[in-house]
Design a protein around this ligand. Structure first.
Ligand SMILES: C[S@@+](CC[C@H](N)C(=O)[O-])C[C@H]1O[C@@H](n2cnc3c(N)ncnc32)[C@H](O)[C@@H]1O
Length: 215
């Protein structure tokens, strides 16, 4: 299944209000630096890729703030350019490591949702330790989520899905997995993420889970 090349970003788009580098920030996160209404519920997406989720969700939910963190700078830039082009004021992209970000920048009980969609599977056994959905991140997610806050984890890799659900049950007290329905798309970009779109267009399965932090 080929991956489509990343379209060029129009150089006239100014991303200075939507793109930040993790290495230029120091913990804790100061939301007032990024958002005009920093007390809105905050959602964090780790590994935003091309940014379909954060762009759609931020436009649909102006009453929430969104931060996407993406390791690959050119993807973070691409996603931020979409936010800037649409003049979205309640979402930003950070280029950097989501594991470090989740571990160091957020207070306990401060995030209303964490989204992890189609994280890299790192198929080879000796590379598995590079997966993001391992015990350290799961512990951090449980810590930073507020009571009732949600973890959304989707993947197309059954083994990654099953082993992560087992690990979540073992190392956290999160309530779930709750079932998540697959929605019939109403237009070409009506998917949670680009990877969901890609899998569904190739008739590949998608495994979805939702967890909630217990009160
Ligand atoms: C397979 S892609 C999925 C992208 C997007 N979530 C989607 O569903 O279309 C996984 C993304 O996670 C990013 N990534 C991998 N490790 C990361 C980390 N530690 N922190 C932030 N992003 C990471 C990769 O650069 C890549 O863009």
């Amino acid at each position: 299944m080929g991956r489509r090349a990343l379209p060029k970003v129009n150089p006239a788009i100014v991303t200075s209000n939507h793109l930040f580098e993790l290495e230029d920030l120091s913990p804790p996160i100061v939301l007032g630096k990024f958002f005009s209404e920093p007390t809105r519920p905050l959602e964090l997406e780790i590994g935003s890729g091309r940014g379909l989720f954060i762009n759609t969700a931020a436009a649909e939910h102006p009453e929430r703030n969104f931060i996407g963190i993406e390791l690959a700078k050119r993807y973070a830039h691409f996603s931020a350019s979409r936010l800037a082009r649409s003049d979205i004021k309640n979402a930003i992209m950070i280029a950097g490591d989501g594991l470090k970000f989740a571990n160091e920048f957020f207070a306990k009980d401060s995030v209303s949702a964490v989204h992890v969609y189609f994280p890299d599977p790192w198929w080879k056994g000796r590379h598995r330790k590079r997966r993001v959905m391992r015990e350290p991140l799961l512990n951090d997610i449980e810590n930073i989520l507020m009571p009732g806050g949600e973890l959304h984890f989707w993947t197309d890799v059954k083994e990654y899905f099953d082993s992560t659900l087992k690990l979540i049950a073992k190392v956290t007290h999160l309530d779930g997995p709750h079932a998540v329905d697959s929605k019939t798309p109403e237009h070409d970009l009506d998917y949670r993420t680009h990877f969901e779109r890609r899998m569904r267009m190739h008739n590949k399965p998608v495994y979805r889970s939702l967890y909630k932090k217990r009160p």
